[in-house]
Design a protein around this ligand. Structure first.
Ligand code: 26A
Length: 344
């Protein structure tokens, strides 16, 4: 694939600012949160953000799952390789996001909403777990009005690979489907992440509508289990689910679907459409004392993997690039990457 082409990777999802802090079980209990989860904020969660900032010494860090992946891919790729779309406000938080993407060299084309605030995500770190509570704000107002603007659509037409964070199913399924169809029609690569258990669970219909367009589908073991549950699969085992995902009906017959299920420190599983064997790829080992937090580890994996795809690397090397970038990211505070840059 032509890595030399500028902005060959186009990414769509929800730009968010993470309000991240180390906390304890008491805070999780107070807001009825699981230690390891990602949810949309309800009314009762709104005071959490102030509480994190005032009482837990929270840090403001650029987030938004696929924006983290986009920064990660651009971290590896030559300048001007990745462009990211999503909705943001015109405020202090979006200024912080713009600084972070600038450092990574990521081009962003936000739909700037004059009235809504930039989305925020409370990231509560307890040990190696993270609980994410998102108030989407302006990110929730993304849609075809922006995607179909001539200057944005020309970026879509120019790109070779589309990466959509599944969290965007809560925002604009029509925008996702537009990219999906564009990919199939022009034999481009469509990559989707399941993002969180609640996506295949509660957004099943729109996820399923996009399934025929997946060239690559990426999830972790909890997302695979949620998919299995909502689809009444006979087994929730990652090994079984990864095979089902790879073999769902597919629109573009020119590309075999690849399904990837990560499992934390356990090996990453890969199934290819029509093939019996499941491949396993070990993660890059890390001393537990070197782990800062695991917020964004999965996003970094996707970013490294996408960079490999863009560079035309083999599947095995692309997976390994994902594992490598995830290892770098978990040593940083939040979903970040080390500077000066390291080289794969
Ligand atoms: C719609 N939701 C819930 C979300 C998110 C999200 N990104 C987009 N949409 N909930 C959490 N995140 C992001 O996930 C990253 C860690 O993987 C957080 O902002 C965090 O940076």
């Amino acid at each position: 694939m032509a890595a030399r082409k500028e902005f060959a990777l186009l990414v769509l999802e929800n730009p968010l600012l993470d309000i991240q802090a180390q906390a304890d079980q008491a805070l999780l209990d107070k807001y009825e949160l699981k230690a390891n989860d990602a949810i949309l904020a309800e009314e009762k969660h709104i005071p959490l953000y102030e509480e994190l900032l005032n009482n837990y010494d929270a840090k403001l860090i650029a987030g938004g799952a696929a924006q983290n992946s986009a920064r990660g891919a651009q971290y590896i790729l030559p300048p001007n390789s990745v462009v990211y779309l999503g909705g943001a406000g015109d405020d202090k938080y979006s200024a912080i996001l713009k600084d972070a993407v600038k450092q990574a060299g990521l081009r962003v084309e936000y739909r700037v909403d004059p009235k809504e605030k930039t989305g925020r995500c409370g990231a509560i770190i307890t040990g190696h777990n993270r609980s994410l509570v998102t108030d989407l704000g302006a990110a929730n107002h993304y849609g075809l009005d922006h995607l179909k603007k001539p200057e944005i659509w020309s970026l879509v037409e120019n790109a070779e690979v589309y990466y959509i964070g599944g969290f965007h199913f809560t925002v604009s399924p029509p925008a996702i489907m537009e990219l999906a169809k564009q990919a199939a029609e022009h034999n481009k690569t469509f990559v989707l992440s399941l993002s969180a258990p609640f996506i295949p669970q509660f957004f099943k219909e729109v996820v399923d509508a996009s399934a025929p367009y997946w060239d690559y589908i990426i999830g972790n073991e909890t997302e695979a289990a949620a998919y299995a549950e909502s689809h009444d699969l006979p087994s929730k085992e990652p090994k079984d689910v990864v095979k089902v995902l790879a073999n769902l009906p597919k629109e573009n017959g020119k590309r075999k679907r690849v399904a990837i299920v990560t499992q934390g420190t356990e090996p990453t599983l890969v199934a290819i459409q029509g093939e019996d064997a499941i491949q396993e790829f070990p993660v890059h080992a890390i001393e537990p004392s070197k782990i800062n937090d695991t917020n964004g580890a999965g996003d970094a994996f996707a970013g490294g993997f996408l960079a490999g795809l863009l560079e035309g690397k083999s599947l095995a090397t692309s997976i390994d690039m994902g594992q490598w970038l995830a290892k770098l990211s978990i040593q940083e505070l939040g979903p970040s990457y080390p500077f000066p840059k390291q080289v794969y």
